[in-house]
Design a protein around this ligand. Structure first.
Ligand code: TXA
Ligand code: MG
Length: 329
């Protein structure tokens, strides 16, 4: 199969719509990462997603809808805070998990009784969802376990030959996946941290818990138990207090004839002058936006990415550290 990359516009959206409505799978941009999209009511199409990605069959998919879609067609909303969250953060990088009405096929929810819903704010993606006017399920458009794609080229690098079309909507601004929030409980619970932070959710709902996954627990959001986000080169993570150790390793790698790159925030660039660097930016938002892009740049250039963390785990850094620790294990 030839994989075509097309700038997202009226024409390519029409083409994408035809492919989706006839049971095909395409790559689509969102404001977080690129998604691998299929119509959520079509079991055969949804099975293709799992096959293309090599995704474990017990890891459910997020259902994407346009901003005027009536979600009461898909889920039962038990808690009123959901409407407040929707008003404040949707469309945007928030995914809400509610009780499913069973409209989306069982393959997409892995036989579970809940459904994760998200309204992407990416303009081109909204136009596509509106044109199709069907619930579209989409995981990130990478091979299972690999780093999530934030450009159409990243999608192509992983899925060339496996899908007919990638809609190119530019680099994803958010850069890490949406916050997944369990809204079936009295107090909402974060299943996967992201750009909509615990603090932001608390400011709307009064409270917000963080799901802790202990060994042996029945995991509520299966995706969090798998190896994830790994670039194809070696990776290692040091804390911000271990910069000297990171430099020592960098020098040792050079001596061995290997090509190391240090990935860190911009404020360390003076101290690391002259070294191969993958700079992530200054603020949490910038770091999130650049994280996967720099990991994927690194895997092409480096034998080892030596990452240095930020000394923070609050706000957006919770999601960043979740991704960074798992891409460096
Ligand atoms: O930003 C995003 O969320 C991107 C873009 C493409 O929308 N999508 C994405 O999908 O990250 P994926 O499949 O890579 O991750 C979905 C996460 C997984 O951790 C999965 O276990 C969880 O959402 N999930 C999906 N449905 C769920 C459900 N019904 N209950 C609990 N967790 C669910
Ligand atoms: Mg993913």
């Amino acid at each position: 199969m030839i994989t075509q990359i097309s700038k997202i516009n009226k024409e390519s959206i029409e083409q994408a719509k035809e492919i989706l409505l006839s049971g095909g799978v395409i790559g689509m941009p969102t404001e977080t990462v690129y998604g691998l999209a299929a119509v959520g009511t079509n079991s055969e199409a949804v099975k293709k997603i799992y096959k293309i990605k090599g995704r474990p069959s017990d890891n459910p998919l997020i259902c994407h809808v346009h901003k005027d879609y009536d979600i009461s067609k898909l889920v039962l909303v038990k808690n009123d805070y959901v409407y407040k969250l929707m008003k404040k953060f949707m469309p945007g990088p928030l995914t809400i998990v509610c009780d499913s009405l069973g409209v989306i096929c069982k393959e997409a929810v892995c036989g579970g009784d809940t459904l994760a819903i998200r309204m992407p704010s990416h303009k081109g993606c909204q136009e596509l969802l509106r044109a199709v006017d069907m619930p579209i399920v989409a995981p990130s458009a990478n091979l299972s376990k690999h780093t999530s794609p934030v450009t159409a080229k990243h999608v192509y690098d992983d899925l060339n030959g496996k899908i007919p079309l990638i809609l190119d909507g530019g680099k994803c601004q958010g850069g890490i996946e949406s916050t997944v929030l369990d809204c079936t409980t009295k107090v909402p619970r974060i299943l996967r941290a992201g750009l909509i932070t615990k603090e932001m959710i608390e400011s709307v709902c009064g409270g917000c818990e963080i799901a802790e996954h202990k060994e042996g627990d029945k995991v509520k959001s299966p995706g969090v138990k798998y190896t994830h986000y790994k670039p194809k080169c070696d990776t290692i993570l040091f804390s911000i207090n271990e910069v000297d150790k990171a430099i020592k390793l960098y020098d040792e790698e050079l001596k061995k004839g290997r090509k190391p790159y240090i990935m860190c925030e911009n404020s360390l660039s003076d101290k690391l002058k002259g070294k191969n660097l993958l700079l992530l930016g200054n603020t949490g938002e910038e770091i999130a936006s650049n994280l996967y892009d720099k990991l994927l740049e690194g895997e092409k250039k480096a034998d080892i990415i030596i990452a240095i963390s930020f000394g923070r785990e609050d706000g957006v850094y919770m999601g960043i550290m979740n991704r960074l620790t798992r891409s460096c294990n």
